[in-house]
Each structure stands twice: as structure tokens, then as C-alpha cells.
Design a protein around this ligand. Sequence first.
Ligand code: HEM
Length: 439
Amino acid sequence: MPTKAALSHIPGPPATPIIGHTLTIARDSYGTQQDYIQRYGPVYKTKMLGVWRVNLCGADALEMVLLDRDRIFSSEGGWDALKRIYPGGLLLQDFDHHRRNRRIMTAAFRANAIRDYRVRMTEAMETLLEDWPVGTPSCFYTAIKDLTLRMGGAVFMGLPLDGDLAQRVNRAIQDEIRASVAVIRRPVPFTPMWRGVRGRRFLRETFRKLIPERRANGGDDFFSQMCLARDENGESWSEDEILDQFNLLIMAAHDTTATTLSVMIAALGQHPQWQDRLIAEVNGLADGPLDDGALAQMTQTNNVFREALRLVPPVPFIPRLATRDFHWKGFDVPAGTSIALNPGVTMLSPELFSQPTVFDPDRFGPDRAEDQRHKFAWTPFGGGAHKCIGMHFSTLQVKLFVATLLRNRRIRLQGSAPHWHRMPIPKPKGGLPVILDRV
Ligand code: HEM
């Protein structure tokens, strides 16, 4: 890791001893970044949680680092903080090793498997939505997290929606997620990291026992598909590889979708004309289960989804570690430097998006296509080798949810427009109270 002296030629705000810029960024990560970009330009340094980082801002930086044509930037090194809980997952692998495993994972996402997930997901959503309170305020964020976790039990693991095992598994997943963003990084008893390590152990023991049966009999959930997945050369995963890859997959899938659905519901409550447009779109679909054709027709819903991801991306920062020296926009950056990319602030840049803080899904329509102004203007799913492998799956999940909900519920927001905690995982302040009315 380079010292502060090795980065002395890179501009940046004065740092408070020991804590650096941690508190300022934690308090208002977007505002602080926007201020630093204005003062120091698109390349500046900050110190977070004891580590000096070089921030490379804007769409050009996202393109250069994520496409990584010279194989300089390590995702494993960047996401080092996840290593204790999620070692061996795709995000914590690089270059050829990552490519090999990504090919095997891709097999679990093949089109017909996703079609099976759709059937499972529709059934699970309908059942779970039936339980939601009608006509009285309830906290949408808590409810959607619960729904996505329980649905995940069915779709990802092939477990019954409400069994005791599903509940214990879900608790362990939540403990892992909390540990992955914990400030105390050692498993001191009763801290979040300690619970996360225990959760990881429990999940590994539980799922290891299921592997022989799933390998023998298959199943149309993700875990079974991962037990069977082979790339085009016939390569498959060992038991440990399945467990590590699966563990990261469920984390990557969980909070991201729950956050985005919350942003969408808040926006539909705040902008009734958009709720009406989506209701009309959903009412225009044929009755019964939604097939690929019906989902493809949901273009307005897709634009609302894309706008929600632009305004409150679940992954607003992408970290990498430079494995070699490199030069960018006039600066030499030494090997070993932690790099921070900022898709979140980039997607609020007025050079790329008109009136960037305004909710305006029509900006993605063919006549405006603002996301096409730069190849890396709209990057909530990242890009390059590590681009989100669940992108199509999450689009499917969101469309199914919106259609299932709006077929028989209307959304009323309680109170004023919600504000969002941006870090470490975006979520609505106050939990997003809403009333769902039966149609
Ligand atoms: C709205 C939903 C989602 C968003 C915004 C999102 C965002 C992202 C981003 C930004 C990355 C790249 C991180 C990097 O380059 O460092 C990523 C990677 C990943 N995502 Fe997603 N994600 C979402 C949903 C999902 C779902 C539903 C799944 C699984 C079904 C998933 C599985 C993964 C995996 C396994 C990776 C690592 C890929 C690799 O390293 O090759 N994500 N996601």
C-alpha cells in the first residue's frame, strides 16, 4: 500500500489525523464527492477507514478501469473488506481465474434456467404479497427485504417459503451482510463480524449437506444449477467452490434488488402520473402468468427501473486495487494504490443527464436516449469483466414484482418524499411508510 508521500502529487482535501475523511464522507458521501470534484478535479485522494484512496471520477474513468485493457486493476484487492465473509466469490477473483469461474456461473444463468426461476418467482411473489397489510401504513423497506429474502429461499435455494430452515438461512445471510460492512473487522465476540463469521459457517455446513442430493437430482433453483453447472469445456466446481460462489451470489442479489424496488415504489407514490402509466402498461398485458413476450412489453416499467438505479444505485462506489503503476489524466499512480470509482455521482452529472436530480424515466426513451451519451454514462451494474451477472435476472424480478403488485394494489406514500442513506448500503431513512390499497 503506497504511503501518503507516494501520493503527494495527487490533490485532495486536508485530512483529519487518523480518521482522515471517513466521517465527512459517511455523513454526506455524494455532496462531499461533488464538492471535491469541483475543488480538485476528477482525480483526487481521500483517506477512508485508514486507507488512502485515489478517486477516479466520471464516465471516462469507469470505462478505463472497468474495461481494464492492460489488466492492471484487481477486483479482489478492491473488495478486500469482503474477504473474511465472501472469499472465493467471483467479485474476489481476477483475470484468468475469474474468467474460468464466470463461465461456469454463466451456465447457471442460462435462458431456460431463468425461465424456470420466473415461474417459481411468480408463485412466491403472489403468495407473499397476499400477506401484506392492506389499507394501513406499513414499512415498505422492511417488508420488501423480508419478501426478497423469503423468495430468495425458494428461487435461489429450493427451500419452502416459510420453513424453519429457510428462516435460519435468512438470518445467517443477514448476519453476513451486516458483517461485510462492519467497522470492527475482527470477529470479537458478539460484534456483527462475529455473527457474520458464525452465519457463514452455518450456511456452509447446511448447504454442503445438500450438494450430493442436488448433484444427483438437480432442481430449478440457482443452488442446484450451480451444483450441476459446467462450462463449454465440461469444467465444474468442487464443493468448496460451489459454497463460496453461492455465498457471494446471494449477498449480491439481496439488498440490491430490495433497495431498487424501494426507490421505485417511493417514486410511483410521489409521481402518480407515472403510477398511472405503469398501471396502464400492466393492464395492457394478457391475463395469467407473464411470459417473455409480456415482460418485453413492459418498457415503461423498465425505464422507471433504470431511472431508480440512476438516482439511487445500490452500488454507488466500485473499488479496485492497482497491481501496476499507471498514468491517468496527467497523474502517475503507483502500484498498490486503492482506487475508488464513483458510478453514483457520475450518473448525477449534468454533462451526461439533463436535470440530473429530477425523476424523469423518459430520458431513457429512444428519442432522448441520454444513457447513450457515453458508453459508461449509466453504470449501476458496473461494466467489463465483473459486470453484474444478475442484471437480466434482477430486471425480470422487478418487472414481475411491479406487475404482480399493480394488478391488484395501488401505492400511497405516507409523509413527504423519502431521503436516502447512501452508505454503506443505500436505504430509505424512516423505512419508507406506504399504504397499499386493494383495487
Ligand atoms: C438492482 C440489482 C443489482 C445491482 C444494481 C447490481 C450491481 C452490481 C454491480 C455494480 C456489480 C459489479 C461490481 C464490481 O465491478 O466491482 C455486480 C456484480 C455482481 N452481481 Fe449484481 N447487482 C444487482 C443484482 C444482482 C442479482 C439479482 C444477482 C444474482 C442473481 C447479482 C449477482 C452479482 C454477482 C455474482 C456479481 C459479481 C460478478 C463478477 O465479479 O463477475 N447481482 N452487481
